[in-house]
Design a protein around this ligand. Structure first.
Ligand code: G16
Length: 543
């Protein structure tokens, strides 16, 4: 059983405030000042998870990713570097909401018995954090939580989220045939850089890429990474001010660029040059450029998925191993034109799942090579064990086939297969553009996005909005979906859906239609409908 005195003493240092918590799209996320007890209890959960898995290493990342500076959160990482298993999210939520130490102990004991956790097993947990100032004290709360069950812990300090996922997998696979690499940031840089150099060898280097790091952890870490690339890639970093925490994700970063459909404020763009943005913990990436007529053009997660799928299909054909099936996973936010392109031009199967990398990752495992990206730039490519085996055993019967097979092998190394990773995705895009000698405009010509708009609506209680069908339909509040459908019908190529965010206290409204004015009107009409349904009088009605 759990040492109750120890738990009481530690838990008293991290008292639960009067609030209700939910493990959301990517873990717990809210105002940092509310998180102390939640993070403490997440430490207990991580230790239980490790014990349940026979001492396998579990990762905890303290970050609120794309959220504003005053927020924070925690994402839990399972042994192979994937997100925490879905069925454990309810336990995380229940532990965080236990009202007293007694309730907390009761819930831990109920988990121990229902999940058959052997408390005598070891617990191993690693953790890291992004650059948010609140991270420091939250890490201390996590460490206290880990003491409750005597976990062995390693603090990796400040890291990007994908680096912690990578390290977790390396630690759990060390010494096995699936060994993933050296479990350090340095090992991560070396692995990615070596693979990238193979992929661009002998090709003419592209002009410098301008990289907006959202004033987050991606900036110092990408600076650490650059020397490993030697001169294989030129990158000019902007928005790297991590010493002014309030600037994090402010008017910059992947979320800003994607939702505002414009470059970071203050960035002067030159026509036909390449620009990219990370989010606050460097697991999302979007590209963009300015066209000759000065219009802003976004190359988001859908465009990256299309580019990656196109390239991989070509490579497996060129290597003579086109028995390998490629599939793409998207969410309802995927632009309708991207889905058409994937299905009709590339002839690949496309599945649509709920928001959250965890859902996409799971679905992508069904393909030999599963490309998954959210439109917001969060995604990666997964190679199944059998696909990897084929790729590694293919010599090719002529030099062209051998080169393609070698590229595929390097590609599987440059891609962080644990989770969406902005560094690794950037190298993937740069590989393809370099190999093809493409400008961003050529990449963009694969298909033309339907105009789209994403609106955030502040409501009284976002939990009343319940969705089905990969979040494309609302079933509650009753009747609202009929009202939405009636509006959508009036718009050419109209599509719209409404879902509560799992990372921010808002309801999101997505709309696309044939033209920009129609799209905006559709988005604002649906947004207004949602606002009127459940307004608390504080937010503004979308218009
Ligand atoms: C997280 C998740 C993403 C999700 C995003 C927005 O991203 O990892 O899968 O798309 O939140 O989710 P929601 O619409 O539910 O707020 P990040 O980069 O913030 O961790």
């Amino acid at each position: 059983t759990v040492n109750v005195n120890n738990l009481n003493a530690l838990s008293d240092l991290h008292k639960k405030p009067d609030a209700n918590f939910t493990y959301g799209t990517a873990g717990f996320r809210m105002k940092a000042e509310l998180l102390d007890s939640v993070i403490f209890r997440t430490g207990i959960l991580a230790a239980l998870r490790s014990k349940k898995l026979d001492g396998k290493v579990i990762g905890c990342m303290i970050t609120a990713s794309h959220n504003p500076a005053e927020d924070n959160g925690v994402k839990l990482v399972d042994p192979m570097g994937e997100m925490l298993e879905g069925s454990w999210e309810a336990h995380a939520t229940a532990l965080s909401n236990a009202e007293s130490n007694e309730h907390l102990i009761d819930y831990i004991h109920s988990m121990v018995s229902s999940l058959k956790i052997d408390l005598t097993k070891p617990a191993n947990v690693v953790f890291g954090r992004d650059t948010r100032p609140s991270g420091e004290s939250l890490v201390a709360a996590l460490a206290d939580g880990l003491k409750v069950l005597d976990a062995t812990v390693t603090d990796y300090g400040i890291l990007t989220t994908p680096q912690l996922h990578y390290i977790t997998r390396c630690l759990n696979t060390a010494g096995t045939p699936e060994a993933y690499g050296e479990p350090t940031a340095e090992g991560y840089y070396k692995k990615l850089a070596a693979a990238f150099k193979v992929l661009v060898e002998g090709k003419t280097k592209l002009s410098a890429l301008t990289l907006d790091c959202a004033n987050g952890v991606g900036a110092p870490k990408f600076k650490e990474f650059l020397p490993h690339l030697d001169d294989a890639l030129s990158v000019k970093i902007v928005n790297d001010d991590v010493d002014n925490p309030s600037k994090l994700n402010l008017n910059s970063g992947a979320d800003f660029v994607k939702t505002q459909q414009r470059g970071p404020i203050g960035l002067k763009m030159a026509p036909q040059e390449r620009y990219a943005s990370f989010d606050g913990d460097a697991d999302r990436l979007v590209y963009y450029y300015q066209d000759d007529d000065n219009t802003f053009k976004l190359l988001d997660g859908d465009k990256i998925a299309g580019l990656a799928a196109m390239y991989i299909i070509d490579l497996v054909k060129a290597a003579g191993i086109d028995s390998i099936s490629v599939g793409v996973v998207q969410t309802a936010y995927a632009n309708g034109a991207s889905t058409q392109y994937l299905r009709n031009s590339l002839n690949v199967p496309v599945s649509c799942v709920s928001t959250g990398v965890k859902h996409l990752h799971h679905e992508a495992l069904k393909y030999d090579v599963g490309v998954y990206f959210e439109a917001n730039g969060h995604g990666t490519v997964l190679f199944s064990p059998s696909a990897l085996k084929t790729i590694h055993s293919t010599e090719g019967s002529n030099p062209a086939q051998a080169v393609a097979a070698r590229s595929l092998r390097a590609l599987s190394e440059v891609i962080n297969q644990t989770v969406g990773d902005a560094f690794s995705d950037l190298l993937l895009v740069e590989t393809i553009l370099t190999q093809r000698q493409w400008t961003p405009k050529v990449w963009d010509q694969a298909y033309t996005d339907l105009p789209n708009r994403l609106v955030k609506v502040v409501v009284k209680d976002r939990s009343i909005f319940k969705t089905v069908d990969a979040e494309r339909k609302l079933v509650e509040p009753a009747g609202i979906q009929d009202a939405i459908d009636a509006i959508v019908l009036k718009f050419r190529d109209g599509r719209s859906f409404v879902r509560p965010s799992g990372t921010e206290d808002v309801v999101r409204v997505y709309a696309e239609a044939a033209t920009r004015p129609e799209t905006d009107e559709l988005a604002y009409r649906i947004g207004g409908l949602v606002f009127d349904y459940n307004s608390n009088g504080s937010g503004t009605r979308p218009r």
